[in-house]
Design a protein around this ligand. Structure first.
Ligand SMILES: [Fe+2]
Length: 188
């Protein structure tokens, strides 16, 4: 029987053929760079895994269900954000904190836009567009509530690595190097 860890590794491998949003790197390069940045910053293995898997909703799920990407047009009104769909896919299989960080990585961007004006100024045109689809800049009340959560710092850290993980040609560890982390962190 194929385990969830193996299914995710296959999905990640296939994501090498897909472009990451409007950027010049593939989905796989983006995932590997994001995880690499977390590791370089001495994030624990759970957070590294969340970084590696944070965009599964962009490549491991039928994109007709996704409401917030530039590449696909949602088929129906029940379409949802890639972060929610990805977190739903992972939630039964990974530690709760991993699924939480995946689910909240779009909200972490909305939070940073609310609390750091220069962060909003630096967003690419594509990221500003998806920001609108993801609910726009957080209100001060929502930002304060978000910041109180015990994992808010993790989601914000993931989001900052996410933003940096689009360097063309950057050398990283390979997907094979990450396979043990996936197999340890994703239950059967
Ligand atoms: Fe990302």
């Amino acid at each position: 029987m194929t385990t969830m860890a193996e299914r995710l590794l296959v999905a990640l491998a296939s994501s090498a053929a897909r472009r990451y949003g409007g950027e010049l790197v593939s989905e796989l390069e983006h995932a590997l760079q994001c995880a690499e940045l977390a590791r370089a910053a001495a994030a624990d293995e759970e957070l590294q895994l969340a970084c590696l898997l944070h965009d599964v909703g962009r490549y491991a799920i039928d994109q007709s269900l996704v409401a917030d990407t530039l590449e696909a047009t949602p088929v129906g009104p029940s379409a949802r954000g890639h972060h929610d769909l990805g977190a739903d896919l992972l939630a039964p299989w990974v530690p709760e904190r991993v699924a939480w960080c995946v689910r909240l990585h779009a909200d972490a961007k909305r939070y940073l836009c609310a609390t750091e004006p220069e962060y909003l100024d630096r967003l690419s045109a594509a990221s500003r567009h998806t920001l609108r689809l993801q609910g726009g800049v957080m209100s001060p009340d929502d930002a304060a509530r978000f910041a109180e959560h015990r994992w808010a710092r993790d989601a914000v850290a993931l989001r900052r690595w996410d933003d940096e993980a689009k360097v063309v040609g950057k050398r990283t560890r390979t997907l094979d190097d990450w396979a043990p982390v996936v197999r340890r962190g994703v239950s059967r």
